[in-house]
Design a protein around this ligand. Sequence first.
Ligand code: G1P
Ligand code: ZN
Length: 543
Amino acid sequence: MNIRTVSTTPFSDQKPGTSGLRKSVSVFQQPHYLENFVQSIFDSLEGYQGQTIVLGGDGRYYNRQAIQIILKIASANGVGRVLVGQGGIMSTPAASCIIRQYQAFGGIILSASHNPGGPDGDFGIKYNVTNGGPAPEKVTEAIYARSKVIDSYKISDSPDVNLDKLSVLRMGEMAIEVIDPVEPYARLMESLFDFDSIRQLLQSDFRICMDSLHAVTGPYAKNIFEKRLGAASGTVTNGKPLEDFGGGHPDPNLVYAHDLVEVMFGDNAPDFGAASDGDGDRNMILGRNFFVTPSDSLAVLTANAHLVPGYKDGISGVARSMPTSAAADRVAAKLGIDCYETPTGWKFFGNLLDADKVTLCGEESFGTGSNHVREKDGLWAVLFWLNILAATGKSVEDIVKEHWATYGRNFYSRHDYEEVDKAKATELMERLRGMVGTMKGQKFGEYEVEYADDFSYTDPIDSSVSQKQGIRIRFTDGSRIVFRLSGTGTKGATLRVYLESYEPDASKHDLDTQLALKPLITMAEEIALIRQYTEREEPTVIT
Ligand code: G1P
Ligand code: ZN
């Protein structure tokens, strides 16, 4: 085997965002683009030589080619062993699970998560560290710094390997194990949840529908729900992973998972519906004619964790990203456990989970997870819900409404303005940054600003500081408006406006969310001049 050292010049745009480097496929297909980034990863790590790396992706277009390139670069750089998912496929939570189970040095995950795929869609790559979680900022910054000066990469000129057959292969000195990516994950799920009770529930007249949106969770969901839990065949819909997700947008929300939404809000709807995203870390939970907001979902899981075998001994704490509603905070207060508020992105939960400060964590963006891995986990959330339903015998709607009656309801919605002009969106944020210092005490009708700031986070474990994480404007009645720019979009800028209000009075809990949030929606426009800066009359997506 020959190792070539290839001269290259840096690309200036390889700064990892909220979740790794995400670009359109055509950007990744430029000569040396992927190679530069992968070499920059290895150049920024210490001590990986001879060690095990996990490699897999969500199966989107360019996944297979990328895997072959990465194997050759890994081999040339002295990696000892690569565990690669069969077909090059591994869901993000499964990759995290496998890194941990095999005590691997780290992992490379290929995914653009919920972004569309195909030749005209997006691709992405991220590095995960030994705990199975996304690399912390100091690592991603080192990778970025290296990518700006890189002048060569090393690559083996071995032929492509067969990724479809479970086997142990060699590429030069490096071993390549093509492994079943489903089995270790499914076994982990069995160890956390009461599969017997869930099986009984699924074999009764209780009906569920799991929409995998032609993304990575299809094989996992079929194995777990249909094979291990005995759900009717056909329970998993759109279960075949496709390189372009069937042309769809693999994002489990009310807008993009429309087929499921139609079923769950139609006549004779099933009792439970769920969907997951491109790489399997997101989830949407629906009851019959009922949508559970991800913020509420985190709160409900926290309040009911004692019903689930893997968490029955209690949870140490809970964490939520800053824009996520404070519903979980109320549960934490009642349970007498800590609740942490972190910046957006799963990488900020890693230290808290490792230090056992928290057991559960979640984000408003359809992400929920726990200390079982170091990524958010879509199917885990679905199983958690099914376990609660099996243990209580109640419906999704009853569980959530009873929860609101106990804790009050945090009305919550996110308004996204996608693909707007980047310079204008940055100007909008800069303007707000200039305003927040003097907003305290300012009145907007009945609302008075309790505090306003640009969220800054000091990690309680390693004291690292992350600044400029979003503008928060909080009012004295507990309502809040948050403004942020997306760190995962690949075209222009995406402005996210997060709206939240708190209603303790149960007689008002059935109000429509957008109606309940109307005064805040109007205020957000008044404060940030959204229409003027985005040149949009309304949001592109409301979740
Ligand atoms: C979005 C979500 C964020 C999530 C990330 C990766 O990031 O808002 O909560 O962690 O995707 O799934 P954003 O585009 O807002 O930076
Ligand atoms: Zn995802």
